[in-house]
Design a protein around this ligand. Sequence first.
Ligand code: AMP
Ligand code: GLY
Length: 419
Amino acid sequence: MSVLVIGGGGREHAICVALAKSPKTGKLYCIPGNAGISQVAECVPSIGVMEFDKIADFVAAHKDITMTVVAPDDPLAAGLVDYLEERGFRAFGPRANAAIIEGSKAFSKHLMTKYGIPTADYREFTDYEEAAEYVKTAEYPLVVKADGLALGKGVIICQTVQEGEDAVREMMVDKKFKDAGSKIIVEEFLTGKEVSVLCFTDGQTIVPMVSSQDHKRARDNDEGLNTGGMGTFSPSKVYTSQLADDVYRDIILPTMNAMNCEGRPFKGVLYFGLMITKKGAKVLEYNARFGDPETQVVLPRLKTDLYEIFDAIIDTRLSDIDIEWTDDACVCVILASGGYPESYKKGVPITIGKLPKGIVLYHAGTAFKDGRLVTSGGRVIGVTAKGKDIEEARKKAYDAIKDIHFDGMFYRRDIGIKL
Ligand code: AMP
Ligand code: GLY
């Protein structure tokens, strides 16, 4: 029973490593994959994640493939799971009509309002003049969001009227995020700790994974530009079992039920980006997939066979599976290319010395060039370690970084310190 994984980042590397542990997984394939993934899977760099016909042709040509796992947001939103199913193949991930929960912030805000799921107050605009007028008198800080997918960059936190006006103009007039900004959400700024809770769901049952926290800003002390994530740790200390129960009752279960009521049953991984405010947890965002780099600290703590979980979700029998986790902790520190998240060089040689035992490197942006390991993206490698607690895991991860080098490499030194 071979498995094809779609994607080529650290998240997909962590998924491949977890699947490879299953006795049920035969051969692993990954489209397009990366240099690290090629150690556990056969990678196909010539096919892109949006080339649906080529992906389906690949599955058709490999009769051993019994499951295709679609990990990234773009192919999910554009309907790769639907496309594969139409061609008679089994796929893991939500169909397009459910992936819209991430693909359109206007959709998710309507959903939460309609079903009483706690989230920030908001207004929606499709008309530039109206939006520009509104931000003149609104209360600040204020958050301006592009409706559609914008590589995690379509959210601008504005401190002043000037910044609010600039954000609205950039999105709606200058089309900085192309069509993703034709519609915008302007919402209340929430304060508190951010926690990520990823859940397995088959539309009938929803099972939260262990919690995690992401560090999104490029620099220490949460300074610098927003990135796709500079490091993560699991579990989150603020996410107590009491809070987890409240969130399950008030947010997680109601979201699954709401999607069913809307005729959009969600199967796959549903990610809840939460802000733990003084008034309780509120949803900042939904993602229709595993988070990156949250997956890199969550899956190493999974004791249950991931293949079996995916298989049960596809067949809508998740309630049959008992999902278990280790009670240790995990920390992932991202090594990034100089200049990230803006412009950076690619093709820079990477040297990796002898790593201490227990360190796992999840490759995000790496490739082989003339037989050498080189950088091929902004986020390059996630250095991951487990320990009895966050402190121990963090120390192990930072110790290992001393043995890894590439020109321009930078990383945050405070991952897992501010809990
Ligand atoms: P999103 O893509 O909606 O999760 O936004 C990206 C990041 O922007 C979040 O992880 C938060 O750090 C921040 N953010 C988004 N919405 C809000 C909000 N209403 N209040 C405060 N911070 C926010
Ligand atoms: N780490 C945030 C995300 O995956 O969207």
